[in-house]
Design a protein around this ligand. Sequence first.
Ligand code: 5GP
Ligand code: MG
Length: 170
Amino acid sequence: MIGDPLFDSESIAGRVAAIGAAISQDYRGTTPLMIAVLGAAARFVSDLARALTIPHEVDCVSVTGYGDGDGIVLEKDVAMPIGGRHVIVVGDTVDTGLTLQYVVKRLLERGPASLAVCTLLDRPHRRIVDIKIKYRAFEVPDVFVVGYGLDYLGRYRELPALYAHGTWPV
Ligand code: 5GP
Ligand code: MG
């Protein structure tokens, strides 16, 4: 089911360092709030936070019903007010864009000073809604990806690299 890594841990570390440096420069003089979309982005956001050289905060949300566009619900909300904050939403994968579009919409209602999207993986050719991505680590083809926090039905999150799984979850 799992073959050679699509991206090994050195490549991931390199992209995380580059994005961390870009965020540190772009947000210099501010204290951005990174909001991770749990659970698959947990590892990415914690590595990214370590790569920042500016003050920052980390919070998280979780959503259910992802993927099919119907009934996406904010299952867990942020703990702190985000009005006036510079928010960076950190997701694992932007595929159709429906999940992150929903999260972005809900957060924008609260008047952040700015809001940008950062994703580990991106499949731009699969997009069905328009969503602007400011930072992304990797573009991936139409394969289901696991490892580095990403799961297949609860499995493989612990793998240090990103792998293609042979099938998509049903
Ligand atoms: P979208 O709403 O953009 O179509 O889908 C995004 C969500 O679907 C992601 O947050 C993730 O939970 C899930 N997803 C999409 N592609 C993959 C993938 O290749 N691997 C894993 N583990 N989850 C994925
Ligand atoms: Mg998942």
